[in-house]
Design a protein around this ligand. Structure first.
Ligand SMILES: Nc1ncnc2c1ncn2[C@@H]1O[C@H](COP(=O)(O)OP(=O)(O)OP(=O)(O)O)[C@@H](O)[C@H]1O
Length: 304
């Protein structure tokens, strides 16, 4: 069982701060690293896997620094986002080359085992140039798993996969997590993370914005102020009644018609709105959220 520990880690490139004072522990089981594009996920994964040195702070695996530490690399497997695979090699030769780099006693057998895990034995004799996006993802995965590492890091592994491949990979990650491995994967899609990860770490603009299980992250999201457009048969009367309720922080009339409502308690608002409109005999025509995008959730989390 292995734990990756990041302590006050920052990484800058010239003037740009890609990772800003991040402290987190990644333990056994599956962790999802969630954040919008450019949040610093790939940089964090490169720091964890020892490919990048921190500008400040420390990244350790079971107490050992990951940067320039070959002893640690034996326990780490990395599935990068970019296609760094060799196009002209067969899948088998590619996975086997990694087994040889790790100095495994029987590289051929280790490669077959790893390819079987990701269902890549059949296309293994074809050259990688002919592979689909999903197959490329899986051959990278086999290569990362060939030395049976205790820690597996995957950068946006579900990108480009079809639903069947996606489900298979999710099952594989779950299995590895329950076997006691430390598995971390990055994603910008909450639903993807929700289905596999026991623990979620949210990063926004290089900062660690939130941490917890899916329930905790979801609560943070639903407890934030929510903005809705409400159209009804009598907007003014409805506005006066809504603003009296504690779950509503503000109501304004929109120039184009309807109301803009800011609710602080999503759960309560969903009960209050129909009750108030029924009591007033005002008919609701439209209720739609205006800021449900993941970006707005992220910016709320980072400013709270
Ligand atoms: N080698 C580099 N040189 C300069 N800037 C970099 C470098 N690597 C990353 N960055 C910058 O650091 C920030 C974080 O990038 P990073 O790739 O880690 O984010 P991300 O969350 O993985 O995004 P995406 O999902 O789009 O890959 C970005 O502004 C990026 O442009």
């Amino acid at each position: 069982m292995s734990t990756l520990a990041l302590h006050q880690v920052s990484r800058w490139f010239g003037d740009l701060v890609a990772v800003n004072d991040v402290t987190m522990d990644i333990g056994p089981g599956v962790t999802g690293l969630l954040g919008p594009n450019g949040a610093g996920k790939s940089t964090l994964i490169a720091l964890m896997s020892g490919f990048l040195s921190p500008s400040a702070g420390s990244v350790t695996l079971d107490g050992e620094p990951t940067w320039r530490n070959p002893g640690v690399y034996r326990h780490l497997g990395l599935v990068p986002e970019r296609e760094s695979v060799m196009e002209h090699l067969t899948g088998r030769a590619f996975v086997r080359a990694n087994a040889e780099l790790h100095g495994l006693p029987d590289p051929g057998a280790a490669a077959e085992r790893a390819m079987e895990l990701v269902e890549m034995n059949d296309p293994a004799s074809r050259v990688i140039r002919t592979y689909s996006k999903g197959m490329r993802q899986r051959i990278k995965m086999a290569s990362a798993l060939v030395h049976e590492p205790a820690v597996l890091l995957l950068d946006e592994p579900f990108n480009g996969m079809d639903p069947r491949q996606r489900m298979h990979l999710m099952e594989l990650l779950r299995q590895m997590g329950s076997d006691g491995r430390t598995v971390l994967f990055s994603s910008h899609i909450l639903e993807e993370v929700e289905q596999v990860a026991r623990q979620i770490e949210v990063v926004v603009a290089g900062r660690h914005a939130a941490s917890g299980d899916f329930g905790a992250i979801r609560r943070l999201m639903t407890d934030r102020p929510n903005h809705y457009v409400v159209r009804s048969s009598d907007d003014r009367r409805l506005a006066a009644a809504l603003v009296a309720d504690p779950c509503v922080r503000g109501v304004s009339l929109r120039p184009t018609g309807g109301l803009e409502v800011e609710a602080t308690d999503f759960g309560r608002f969903t009960h209050v709105l129909p009750r108030v409109s029924r009591d007033l005999d005002v008919r609701l025509v439209e209720v739609s959220p205006t800021d449900e995008s993941l970006e707005s959730v992220f910016s709320y989390l980072v400013s709270s």
